[in-house]
Structure formats: structure tokens, C-alpha cells
Write a protein that binds this ligand. Sequence first.
Ligand code: UD1
Length: 457
Amino acid sequence: MRENGAVMAELLSIILAAGEGTRMRSATPKVLHPVGGLPVINHVLRTSIAAGASIAVVVGPDHAAVEAAVAGMAPGATMSKQVDRLGTAHAVRQAASSYSTAKGNVIVLYADTPLVTANTIADIAARLDAGADMVVVGFRPVDPTGYGRLLTADGRLLAIREHRDASEPERAIGLVNSGIMGFRAETLRAVIDRIGNSNAKGEYYLTDAVELANADGKRVDFVEANADEVIGVDDRSKLAQAEATFQEFRRDEFMKAGVTLRDPGSVYFSWDTEIGRDVTIFPNVVFGPGVRIADNVEIRAFCDIEDAVIGSGATIGPFARIRGGAELGPDVHLGNFVEVKKSKIGAGTKAGHLSYLGDAEIGSKVNIGAGTITCNYDGVNKDKTVIGDNVFIGSHASLVAPVSIGSGAYTASGSVITEDVPADAVAFGRARQVNKPGYAPKLREKALAKEAAKGKA
Ligand code: UD1
């Protein structure tokens, strides 16, 4: 792998995911809770992949769902189980089959730290390549209670003291261990099996690697990361914090890339949202996973969009919901209270008001009148509605699928369309109107007589 012209050493990323995560109080393993619509552990996997690392994950004994998530995101990853949770060094040892033959560098990451960037990993790798034997990523939390403190001198890291084992002066140190550490592979192999468990918790602490490496005359460096980047998601409040930070990152990224956010704090993105240039997004818009938006699109307030592709020049909302594999062509207009599910809509087609378009294939330059509903579900099956180009669907239509409407056809307002409409035909699917001249006063008299009869009773 090459970066900035330099050849970087091979990289192995060991991701620790065996913790129980009891503080989440959840039936779902903590590393599967989503941030930006993606499970926390998948963020760490993606970042490792982006950094060019091969991956070894250490999972708990009853974590089949975690294993499935890993296999889905990083099919090449090796997985090992930590049956007894005896500490972070013990967890790393479970990945021995991966690091015993590793060349180059090894990075240990926690599966519950989703926002760590590929840049930070690259920084660690670069320091190792430049001569460090071990590098620890530190940060300065608002409250360092509970974290391992970094004991440093002359720009080097001497030791990490876990909170429970630290003296009062050591506890006063604000720079703490994020848990992210890089090793030359041979340094990791030299120290990992010598780590003991004589400490306050009786666990095998990976942090003891620092003192052992120093005692071997190795060079142990530390780098300082932004506290936001190394936040560990171990309860719901940290999950919310990680989500907030993730959203901040993404909003910033989109604004830098040419997207106008009228009220950035009220727009929520997913990890995989893709947006072109000169797109304007009004307040209170939420993007679920799987959204791709081309250039020059306007999304007005209060839209919820997921699993959808939106073509250039489209105008969406306010109050539109688009989902389930929707594909909107260029210059489509969807107005207020329009829902589109698993439908293809051609260029320049308009559905301005109050419609449900599900399982439909709609051509270009179609006018979908207000209140049009595709009746796609009979209680068992989902059926398709096909509408050709240049069709005019009059307001308040029920299009009962399976049904197809040929190009250039009209359907009269208020129609229930149950049969196919040929191209260029006009379809009336409603009772014909009957006018009875002069009948209204008689109707009124009848009504008044009924009221009077009630009064007597
Ligand atoms: C650890 C560090 C501490 C650091 C803090 C940052 C040690 C001894 N301490 O403390 O210096 O400031 O993280 O959050 O390393 N895990 C396993 N198996 C185990 C134990 C842990 O897989 O037996 C995994 C967990 O799933 C988690 C990570 O290791 O992803 C950290 O575990 P945790 O218990 O949160 O570590 P701390 O004791 O908080």
C-alpha cells in the first residue's frame, strides 16, 4: 500500500468486541446499536478497511449476531471467541493466530468506538513506520474518572495507570487512554504473553504492555486525539452523543461539498447518504440508509427519505416520504403528503399533493392528480401499477393493481381504475352524474318535515 509516495507496512487491525455491554440495558449487543444507521462495529470495520488493514475480530461466546454483522461488512475478517472475559490483554490473545505471523503493524481498536477515523489509524501506522515500537492514542475527556491515565515524560509514554490502581497525583492527570493502540507486530508478540493480572480488577490489562515494552528498551509514543473521535458507546447517553457527533461531521462534510442546509442541526444523515452539488435541504429532513441524490435537487421541510435514488433537478416535499427502493428520474416533482414506495418515476413527472405511489412504474411527464392512490395490496399480494409517458391521472383516482395505463391516456377525476387503459384513451371509472332540475327545495322540505316529526315525538 502506498500513501504520500511512501510504502507503508502491512497492517492488521484487531477489533475487541467481547464486552457484555450491560450498561446499554438491551437485548441487542451494544456494538450492533446503530450510529448514522450503521451498527457501531461496522463503522470500525469500515474504517479499518479504508486504512488498508486486514481484520481480526474478538467476539463474546454468545454473539452470533455480531459475527453475522462482521461477516456481512468484512467477509475476509477472521473471528475468534473470548469465552471468559478476563480483560483487554486476554481478549487480544484470542487473536493470536492472526498476529503470530503478522508482519508490519498491528492496531488494537474497540468495537464500541465508532468515530475513529482512518486518518488516526494512518497516523499511528506512520509513527510505527518512522521508528516507534508502540503508539497509544490518548485524549482529554471532560471527566477522566474511570479511564487509564497516561504517565508521560519528554514526549514518551512511560505507563498507563488504570483508574482503580492509580494514586491521587496520577488521577489528577487529564490525558487518558482511548484504548486505541498500535504495535510493531514483533513488539506485540514480545509483550502480550508476559502481561499478568495482579491489579485491582484481577484482569489482564493490555495497558500493561506499555511498561513491559519500555522495560525492553522499546520506544513507546503517544498521540492525542479529539475526544469526540474516540468516544466509546457503552450506554444510551454515549450512543446519543456519538450520534450527535456523527451528524455534525456529516453536515460539515456536505456543506463543504456544496450542499446548502438551511438549518443544519435539524437535518439527519446516514452513514451512506450521497448528495450531489447545489442541493438545498430545508429544515427537519431525515435520511435513512441507502439514499443517493443527484445535483440541483431541492428537498423542502419535513421529508423522510430512505432507500431511494433522486435524479437531478427534482423538487421534493414539504412532507414527502420516499422509501423502499424508490427511483425518481430528473426533474420529478413530489409535493406535500406524497409517499413513494418501491416505484420508478420518470423524468419530469409530477405528483403534487396527497398521493400514495407504491409498486409503480411511472413514465415521464406524467401528471398524478391530487389524492391518487395505487391500490397495490390485496391483503396477500403486492401488485404493480404501470403508467406510460405523458399520462394524465385525474385527481382522486384509485388505481387498482395489477393495472396498466397506456401512454398519453387520461383517467377522469374520481375514477376507480380496475382495468387496463389503452394508450391515448380516456377512462371513466365512476358513476355518471345525474342532475335533477328543481329537486333541491323538495329535498329541503323533506328534511324539515323529518326534523319537525322528531320534535313532536
Ligand atoms: C479500557 C482501558 C482504559 C481506557 C478505556 C477507554 C484496559 C485495561 N483499560 O478500560 O485504559 O481508558 O478502556 O475506554 O485496557 N473487552 C473484551 N474482553 C474483555 C474486556 C474488554 O473484548 O475481557 C473489550 C470490550 O468489548 C471493549 C474494550 O475491550 O470494546 C474495552 O473494554 P472496557 O471494559 O470498556 O475497558 P475499560 O475497563 O473501560
